[in-house]
Every structure is written in C-alpha cells, then in structure tokens.
Ligand binder design. Sequence first.
Ligand SMILES: Nc1ncnc2c1ncn2[C@@H]1O[C@H](COP(=O)(O)OP(=O)(O)O)[C@@H](O)[C@H]1O
Ligand SMILES: [Mg+2]
Length: 179
Amino acid sequence: MNILSVRNLKKYYNTGENKVKALDGVDLDIRKGEFLAIVGTSGSGKSTLLHMLGGLDNPTSGEVIIDGRNISGLSRDELTIYRRRKIGFVFQNYNLLPLMNVYENIVLPIKLDGIKPDNNYIEEILKLLKLEDKKYFMPNQLSGGQQQRVALARALAIKPAIILADVNWCSLFGCVSSV
Ligand SMILES: Nc1ncnc2c1ncn2[C@@H]1O[C@H](COP(=O)(O)OP(=O)(O)O)[C@@H](O)[C@H]1O
Ligand SMILES: [Mg+2]
C-alpha cells in the first residue's frame, strides 16, 4: 500500500520578474514502512516538495494523496486537523517554541488535539534520540543537532502516518566534516 502518492506536482513561484519552476511535474510513490531520502543541491526544490507533501503550501497543480486522502481536496480547517494527526513535520529551522522546554515542545501538538500525552512513549522517544537528560532544557540551551532531534521527537510523538523531515543529515547523526 502507498502511504504517499504524488501526481504531476508543480510549484511555480512568480515573484515579479523572477519566475521559478521549483517543482515541474513530480511523480512519487512511497510504500508504508519505506524510508526515502530526497537528496539534491541547495535550491533544487527539496523544501518546496516537502512543504507541498505536508500541506503547508498549495501546489500550482497536481495531487498529493496521503494515507488514502487527496489533501488537495481538503478545506483549510480539515487540512490543519489532518496534518496535526497524520503528518509529523520536521522543519529545516526546527520551529521549536523558545519559551517552552523540550518536553512541552514535544507534547504541544498532542495537547492541541485535546489528547493526554502517552508519557511512557514520550520517554521511549527521548531515550531513542538521546535526549533523556534534556527533558527540561530550553531550546536555547541545546546544540543545533539536539534541537533538530527535539523537532523529530515532536513529530514522532503524535504517532503520525508519515514523517516528513527537512533535515541536515549531518547534524542528526554526525558527519566527519560539517556542511
Ligand atoms: N517563497 C518563495 N518565493 C520565490 N521563490 C522561492 C520561494 N521558496 C523557494 N523559492 C525558490 O525555489 C527554488 C527551490 O527552493 P527550495 O525548495 O528551498 O530548495 P532546497 O530546499 O532544495 O534548497 C529556489 O530557486 C528558491 O529560490
Ligand atoms: Mg531546503
């Protein structure tokens, strides 16, 4: 079964005389359980694609189907709820709330949905991402890689159908040279 399908997806940016075809007819199928990395040079359209897949921005044309639902057909409100329950999104700039600690950031989307956090599961995620001793730290007390892992923990905590992560691989898992 495909957890995500994309058909002829286009995103053209028209800012005055600067026309950019950021995506120009993307087709993609991702099966349930599949792990896929999209690699490309800076400016090649990776973030744009992820934003379209996550319903964060509207494509110029084309279809995005996640877990059997065509998200292009959803209203704004439906999309907000669908996104919060089904899609774990890790932003390129992490988007952590600066006045909330690590734990509060992680459980925020769950609480917005009026659900009680599964604290055993949250502890498991914190251990997995080596953040168990940072639970009560504020984002500005963390390294870039640690902040990115908090953003990943927040995405995992909602038990989403799919995780879309706009990540720097090196800051997550370490590289010999930094990029
Ligand atoms: N909001 C925007 N307005 C105009 N052009 C944009 C906008 N966002 C991205 N672009 C352009 O789209 C192209 C792809 O950008 P992006 O998806 O951010 O690339 P990547 O994430 O692969 O580095 C770039 O040429 C960029 O300048
Ligand atoms: Mg990018």
